[in-house]
Design a protein around this ligand. Structure first.
Ligand code: BT5
Length: 255
C-alpha cells in the first residue's frame, strides 16, 4: 500500500502532498495531520482544523479528460459515505463536495443539514489537448471530516454550519475513521474513470443526496434541484421552467 505520512501540525496537508507529488510520490500517498494552521477549502476559503478531525490529502496520479475531473470529487464523497456507513454514521452529500448530517433546526445556506466535512480537489497537471481535449494527469485530493467537536466548540462563524460525528452519537477516534477510509481512497478512487463504475457512483449519490428535491440557489439560479446528469452536473429547474446545468458551484439550500 502507498505510504501514509502522519504529521502533527502543518499549515495544510494539501501543501505537503503537493510537495510529495512533485518529488515523485506514487498515487495513493496519503498525508494526515492532527492539526492544520492554514487548512483551506475551495476558492481559498478557510477550513477550521484543530485537533479532533481527520485532515488528509492524497496524491492522485491518473489520466482522465480534464472535463471529467469532477468525477474524482464525487467519487471521494461516495467512498467517504460508504466508509461512514460502516462506522454507523449515515451522512449525505450536498452537491458537489459537502458531507452533511441531518439536523432538526434549519439553518441559512444548509437548510436541514450541518456540515460534517468536505472534499477539495486541486488539479495540478493538466496537459492541454488538441482534438481530444485537455487531460488531467495529477492532482491532490483533500478531505476534512469533523470527528470530535473541538474543545470549546466550533468557531463562532461555524456555530450553525459545522457538526462532528460525536454530536451524532458516535464516539470514534480519528485513526478509526482513517482506517476505514484510507484503503478505499487509495485503491478505488480512480475506478470512477470507468463509465460503468461512475454510473454506479452516481446512482449511489442520487440516493444519498442532500440537494436533489430541494429548493436551491446556485450560480444566481434559483429553482428546484431536479437531477444529476450523467457526468454528475446538477440540473436546476428555475421558476420559469428552464432547466440549467451547473458543473461546479456553491449550492445554497433554501429553508
Ligand atoms: C470544503 O471547502 O468543504 C473542502 C474542505 C477540505 C478540507 C481538507 S482538510 C485536509 C485538506 N487540507 C486542506 O488544507 N484542506 C483539505 P468549501 O466547500 O469551500 O467549504 C468551506 C466552508 O466550510 C468554509 O467557508 C466554512 O463555512 C465551512 N467550514 C470551515 N471549516 C469547517 C469545519 N471544520 N467543519 C465544517 N465546516 C467548515
Amino acid at each position: 500500500m502507498p505510504t501514509i505520512h502522519r504529521l502533527d501540525e502543518v499549515a495544510s496537508t494539501q501543501q505537503v502532498a503537493r510537495a510529495l507529488l512533485d518529488e515523485g510520490a506514487e498515487h495513493g500517498t496519503l498525508v494526515v495531520a492532527r492539526r492544520q494552521t492554514a487548512g483551506r477549502g475551495r476558492l481559498a476559503r478557510a477550513w477550521q482544523s484543530g485537533e479532533g478531525g481527520l485532515w488528509l490529502s492524497m496524491v492522485v496520479r491518473g489520466s482522465l479528460p480534464a472535463a471529467r475531473a469532477p468525477r474524482l470529487t464525487l467519487g471521494a464523497a461516495a467512498l467517504t459515505l460508504e466508509a461512514l456507513d460502516v462506522l454507523g454514521a449515515h451522512a449525505a452529500v450536498k452537491w458537489p463536495n459537502d458531507l452533511v448530517l441531518p439536523h432538526a433546526v434549519p439553518a441559512a445556506r444548509l437548510g436541514p443539514w450541518r456540515k460534517l466535512g468536505g472534499v477539495l480537489l486541486e488539479a495540478l497537471l493538466i496537459e492541454p489537448g488538441h482534438l481530444e481535449g485537455a487531460v488531467l494527469r495529477s492532482a491532490v485530493l483533500g478531505l476534512g471530516l469533523n470527528v470530535r467537536t473541538p474543545t470549546g466548540g466550533f468557531a463562532e462563524e461555524l456555530q450553525d454550519v459545522a457538526i462532528a460525528l460525536d454530536t451524532a452519537g458516535l464516539s470514534l477516534d480519528v485513526d478509526t475513521v482513517l482506517g476505514a477510509l484510507a484503503a478505499p481512497l487509495q485503491t478505488r478512487l480512480l475506478d470512477v474513470i470507468d463509465d460503468t463504475v461512475f454510473a454506479g457512483t452516481l446512482a449511489f449519490l442520487r440516493a444519498r443526496s442532500a440537494t436533489l428535491g430541494m429548493r436551491v440557489e446556485v450560480d444566481g439560479i434559483a429553482g428546484l434541484a431536479e437531477r444529476l446528469d450523467d457526468e454528475g452536473a446538477l440540473c436546476v429547474r428555475d421558476d420559469g421552467g428552464v432547466l440549467h446545468t451547473v458543473r461546479a458551484g456553491d449550492v445554497q439550500c433554501m429553508v
